[in-house]
Design a protein around this ligand. Structure first.
Ligand SMILES: NC(=O)c1ccc[n+]([C@@H]2O[C@H](COP(=O)([O-])OP(=O)(O)OC[C@H]3O[C@@H](n4cnc5c(N)ncnc54)[C@H](OP(=O)(O)O)[C@@H]3O)[C@@H](O)[C@H]2O)c1
Length: 309
């Protein structure tokens, strides 16, 4: 079988490995060969065992011009390019999108995977990382308007749930046994496991027509902080000490520090945003149905993840 070819930038980011795994595990990815594009200075990405449709391609230099990227896409004969790069790399994303057009690539999936949607004017006002994502999407849409053979899809995912359980992204510190609870803890928020996001990327490729030039909101489930806290307590058999926090005050304090370049404050601000403003239920852009992506059971995910700490 002649496989179609896709290229992935950022295979070693926080979401890259899950996209790579989905290409090796998901049967709908059998039609694809995935090239992991790395720089000469990059650390080598881990390839899944027995992966028959994934290989690494090293760029000639750490910095590449748009033309050099286009040459790579042409040489590899890619029809799809996926990014899971850091969202701060807006200029590189712009170059990749322009190189896609020059090389005849039909679909670009820029790195969004946002805890909240990056077209939320409230978020754009507050934080540079969402402005970067919005700028890249705007640039992609301009290119799509000018070149009908080119299109893009981006995925807003809510918080990375499994990653968030093992860090403090979701407000829980499992080592200290504490839970930072925002605004009472009963606000529903959408979240996705990293495996679910990997599957969603693969599903976009088998639904190319329906997903063209769209930002889709995907999730594993929509839950509240109190529901997750109760499940953590059930799984560990230990009560969490709940620390009640006013979400808006916490957010504004951290967003102000983040705008001055404080990276830790940016993570804190994104953490609270993902809980206060990411309920995808009933939204027209809800993407699970279009992608034929089943939701998951939060309780099972918590039990699986807490069991592995
Ligand atoms: N929703 C959530 O909860 C959540 C959580 C985390 C991240 N995210 C999103 O996930 C995406 C990835 O972010 P991240 O923070 O995980 O990224 P990251 O850890 O900073 O990883 C960056 C990746 O980009 C590669 N890279 C950096 N500069 C490059 C260049 N010039 N050329 C080629 N490759 C380059 C790095 O590889 P080398 O440096 O080895 O080359 C690495 O693989 C972003 O869109 C982010 O917003 C979402």
């Amino acid at each position: 079988m002649q496989r179609r070819r896709a290229a992935l930038f950022g295979a070693t980011s926080r979401i890259g490995p899950a996209i790579v795994s989905a290409f090796s595990e998901d049967t709908s990815a059998d039609a694809w060969h995935l090239y992991l594009i790395i720089r000469p200075s990059s650390k080598a990405p881990k390839l899944p065992e027995n992966s028959r449709n994934i290989s690494v391609h090293t760029l000639p230099a750490d910095e590449s011009s748009t033309q050099e990227l286009a040459d790579v896409f042409e040489k590899l004969d890619c029809s799809v390019v996926i990014s899971s790069l850091n969202a701060g790399l807006a200029d590189l994303h712009k170059s990749i999108a322009e190189a896609c057009v020059a090389a005849g690539v039909s679909r670009f999936i820029p790195a969004d995977y946002g805890s909240i949607r990056s077209d939320d004017p409230w978020a754009l006002d507050l934080m540079v990382n969402f402005r970067n994502k919005a700028f890249v999407r705007w640039r992609c849409q301009r290119l799509a308007d000018q070149h009908p053979s080119f299109s893009w899809t981006s995925l807003a995912t809510g918080h990375f749930f499994d990653y968030g359980l093992h860090t403090e992204l979701l407000g829980y510190d499992l080592k200290k046994g504490t839970a930072q609870i925002f605004d009472g803890g009963d606000l529903p928020f959408s979240a996705s496991t990293t495996a679910q996001i990997g599957r969603a990327v693969v599903k976009v490729l088998s639904h190319e027509k329906e997903t063209a030039n769209k930002m889709l909101l995907i999730q594993s489930f929509c839950v509240t902080q109190n529901e997750v806290a109760a499940e953590i307590e059930r799984a560990t058999g230990k009560p969490l000490q709940r620390i009640q926090v006013d979400g808006n005050t916490y957010l504004l304090e951290n967003a102000a520090k983040a705008e001055k370049g404080d990276a830790a404050a940016l993570e804190e601000a994104v953490a609270v945003c993902g809980i206060l403003r990411s309920n995808w239920q009933g939204r027209p852009e809800y993407g699970n149905t279009l992608l034929e992506l089943d939701e998951e059971d939060m309780r099972e995910v918590v039990r699986k993840e807490i069991g592995s700490t």
